[in-house]
Design a protein around this ligand. Structure first.
Ligand SMILES: CC(C)(COP(=O)(O)OP(=O)(O)OC[C@H]1O[C@@H](n2cnc3c(N)ncnc32)[C@H](O)[C@@H]1OP(=O)(O)O)[C@@H](O)C(=O)NCCC(=O)NCCS
Length: 192
């Protein structure tokens, strides 16, 4: 472990708890079925495809999260409801150039959790946690150009638009999609 490695933590948003994805998460109804259900949501499948479309894939997804936490290279949090523990979504950080302090952030929410600012609050909390505990210098956020909701979340979380990446990512099949690049620097002024 180095001083910039991610270390497991629980982040308390009041109405939601952000908890490391892992075998001990024990979501109501089962963590693997919850992941498979999330992967089947059309908006998640369209904009943030999860390789968790069946139980075997979901187990492998969980294993990757556990490995990321164990190695300190990725910090994947399940957003859970503080009252009943149910899954609400996901926010994750991934080092892309740890030596230079550069990481990537990503998120998705289940349909019932959308439209009440939860993605904004959870992403802001994870960003601040990463800056405070893992010495993030620059956090990048990439989203497909058509994903208006994600573009708004990026702006709301203090990740200004920096440019358009041409044919940068293959979300489905053989088609490469243009993406917006947003980024936040640790030195950017805090949000109000
Ligand atoms: C993108 C996503 C995480 C947004 O979650 P959310 O909790 O609904 O977002 P918030 O409530 O924090 O809203 C943030 C902003 O986005 C806007 N927004 C939310 N859904 C929107 C939609 N479908 N279309 C346009 N704007 C939308 C909100 O109005 C708000 O903007 P405002 O400040 O101007 O009012 C959620 O829609 C989702 O999980 N989508 C599928 C997966 C995905 O796209 N992941 C991101 C991949 S890069």
């Amino acid at each position: 472990m180095t001083s910039s490695d991610f270390r497991p933590a629980v982040l308390d948003l009041g109405d939601a708890l952000l908890r490391p994805w892992g075998r001990t998460l024990d979501l109501p109804g089962g963590t693997v079925p919850a992941l498979v259900a999330a992967a089947a949501d059309p908006q998640i499948a369209r904009w943030n495809p999860l390789r968790a479309t069946d139980p075997a894939e979901a187990e492998a997804y969980l294993d990757r999260c556990v490995t990321g936490w164990a190695k300190g290279t990725a910090a994947a949090f399940a957003i859970t409801d503080a009252a009943d523990g149910s899954l609400q979504g996901n926010v994750a950080l991934l080092w892309t150039n740890q030596a230079e302090g550069v990481a990537l952030v990503g998120y998705w929410l289940l349909p019932t959790a959308r439209g009440r600012g939860l993605a904004t609050r959870a992403t802001t909390a994870v960003t601040q946690w990463g800056v405070d505990t893992a010495a993030l210098r620059r956090i990048e956020l990439w989203h497909a150009v058509g994903n208006t909701a994600s573009c708004r979340v990026a702006d709301r979380c203090g990740y200004p638009y920096e440019g358009t990446l041409r044919a940068s990512h293959r979300y489905h099949g053989d088609t490469y999609t243009d993406e917006h690049l947003h980024a936040r620097l640790a030195t950017d002024p805090p949000l109000n």
